[in-house]
Write a protein of this length. Sequence first.
Length: 259
Amino acid sequence: MQRRYIYANLEKIDNLVFAYGIDQSDFVHGIKRLPSNLVSLVGVDDEVHAVNAHTGLNVINDENDIRRFLLQSHTEQVKWMDYDEVGDLDFLTATEIAELLYLGHMNRPIRSPFNYKLRNHYVFLEQRNGGIKLYCYYLSAFSHVLNASILRHTLAAYRGRRMFMRTISVPRVPEPIIKQLMHLMSDGLFIYFDQSMVRQRQLLVPVHTEIANDDIEVFDPARNDDGRHTHNVATLTFNLVSSQWGLTVHDAGAFEDHL
């Protein structure tokens, strides 16, 4: 049985988020403006999209095509980078093209994931274990992606309960709550929708952080993680009558800045 949760771990130095339970639809529905151009980092992956002659990589330069690409299902892993102007790829050197291919193959950049010639804001890398690595030039952009993912999971948790027949409207999570959740990402944030329950007309969703095992490994659901423990630091609440969000904090220390 596939678990339903959100996991997000932030590496501030690289503006990198490791995540599970977050997908490209959350990216589309979360960010304020879709990228103008995308370049695939896995070579020529199909015959539908154009190929940039200089790099030999698939590109998508139409907003509707980009939206369709990001929302559709794919049989292969999806890895892409946005770029500013259509002709920007033609200014890359052979070394810079090789670095793009390395990024797509190894899932990490040789240098910065943000190329000054391409002026990209994102690098999106799907992983074999079902997770994603998302580099965001502005980390605030991920807050909108996280918000969209919480909405999607909340609706799924509600619809999965047969006792509720009426439809509900789920508003975006208020920014102060999202900021609190984002603060936990440095410690490994878990939002367990598969452990949610309804009490007094409120959906209660446990919020946990990882308990470090004296290593720097990032959570991987493909591994046997019996030795990894989490700590319940808060409960995310959604009132099914008033459609109001809340966050009940159980461990105030988890929300404090750590040196």
